[in-house]
Design a protein around this ligand. Structure first.
Ligand code: NAD
Ligand code: ZN
Length: 375
């Protein structure tokens, strides 16, 4: 079959790889109909996170069940399914508590499993014609048959639950004000989730014009950090700071924001959130980051203004999102017509055009805010 294979920094190609097979009685094989490119893929694509050449990328997958092992009971051939990016067993202590991003079975000790991602287990990615899904009863979310809402459902594997998770970590409640740093696909989903949860005012901070426009379209106030002092502006407008904040940028801000000093979004958030507020961190930070601009950052150490954080009595939650914990409810909001996360999807492209799609998404080009590949 054809698949998107990582070759080295800024180099992915569509190549022939062996077809996946059922390896365990609990596996399913899924024929992929939609597989999105994620900002997380760009960490490897840009060479910031060191990945082995030969990896098949793709953790935002959905498709049609092609075959199932003898132990799979809840899905069968022909079912349309979304596949949460976390590969999880469903029966370990963490999965049982809903913390499927920290499954203890698939990739001990609780570092989490994912498709097509370095350091997250041996699972091949789904930017390909077919995908093997372990523990299929747990890792498939069934969808209504047909092809309705394909782009909406394609957001269920990762970014919609991840954006929602950010607002859950920050405990966004009705009527609150929220600032989301980063209006990439994940930040936009956090903005959207905050609005779904009843936030009264949401600020979206970025510097990419069409991303800020998308945030504005769904009801956020855009703040361009390249021309404005974002924390200062938001604190002034909210007379003392927002109730809740979200970091949807992560460690790449230290290299990508184009400022002279490496940007540390967490410090911007500490400045932006009012005393006793809370911050949800879904932007990625790594313990080892060879591509970081400084020796400290290369070992995952950032200079966080802890004094200010403590003085303000802030709370913070972080981590990979437990997509499984939210995707059923988010699916049902889509089915009911109450959520339309596909507003972030700017393009569908054939799998064969993956190299171009990666390059353009990586440059944050206008019209490439989120790309879904179609095998
Ligand atoms: P992205 O790279 O497309 O978006 C990041 C955005 O942040 C860009 O639009 C960029 O212009 C903006 N930005 C850069 N520096 C900034 C700064 N100083 N202030 C404000 N904005 C700034 O990526 P994405 O797909 O939206 O993903 C965002 C982050 O979320 C990535 O780190 C990704 O790895 C992570 N992620 C985490 C999870 C999880 O489970 N926790 C899941 C998916 C993605
Ligand atoms: Zn993703």
């Amino acid at each position: 079959m054809r698949a998107v294979v990582y070759q080295g920094a800024h180099d992915v190609r569509v190549e022939q790889v062996p077809d996946p097979e059922l390896e365990q009685p609990t596996d399913a094989l899924v024929r992929i109909t939609s597989t999105a490119i994620c900002g997380s893929d760009l960490h490897m694509y840009e060479g910031r996170t060191v990945a082995e050449p030969g990896i098949v990328f793709g953790h935002e997958n959905m498709g049609i069940v092609e075959d199932t092992g003898s132990g799979v009971t809840s899905v069968r051939r022909g079912d349309r399914v979304s596949l949460p990016f976390n590969v999880a067993c469903g029966f370990c202590r963490n999965c049982f508590a809903g913390d499927t991003a920290f499954c203890l079975t698939v990739n001990p000790p609780g570092a989490g499993g994912a498709y097509g991602y370095v350091g997250m287990g041996p699972y091949r990615g789904g930017q390909a014609e077919y995908l093997r899904v372990p523990f299929a009863d747990f890792n498939c979310l069934t969808l209504p048959q047909g092809d309705e809402h394909e782009d909406d459902f394609a957001m269920l594997a990762d970014i919609f639950p991840t954006g929602y998770h950010a607002t859950e970590l920050a405990d966004v409640s009705p009527g609150e004000t929220v600032a989301v740093y980063g209006a990439g696909p994940v930040g936009l989903m956090a903005v959207y989730s905050a609005i779904l949860r009843g936030a009264s005012e949401v600020y979206a901070v970025d510097k990419v014009g069409d991303r800020l426009r998308l945030a504005e379209q769904v009801g956020a106030v855009p703040v361009d950090f390249s021309t404005q002092d974002a924390p200062g502006e938001i604190v002034e407008r909210t007379k003392g700071g927002v109730d809740k904040g979200v970091d949807a940028v992560g460690y790449q801000a230290t290299v990508s924001s184009g400022q002279e000093q490496p940007a540390i979004v967490l410090n911007d958030l500490i400045a932006t959130v009012r005393p006793t507020g809370a911050i949800g961190v879904v932007g990625l930070y790594l313990p080892e980051d060879p591509g970081a601009p400084s020796e400290e950052a290369a070992h995952g150490r950032l200079l966080i203004e802890m004094g200010r954080f403590f003085e303000k009595g802030l709370r913070m939650g972080s981590g990979q999102a437990d997509a499984k914990a939210y995707n059923r409810q988010l699916r049902d909001l889509i089915v009911a017509g109450r959520a339309r996360p596909s507003f972030v999807v700017s393009k569908r492209m054939p799998l064969a055009e993956a190299p171009e799609a990666y390059a353009r998404f990586d440059r944050r080009e206008e019209g490439y805010s989120k790309v879904v590949l179609e095998p």
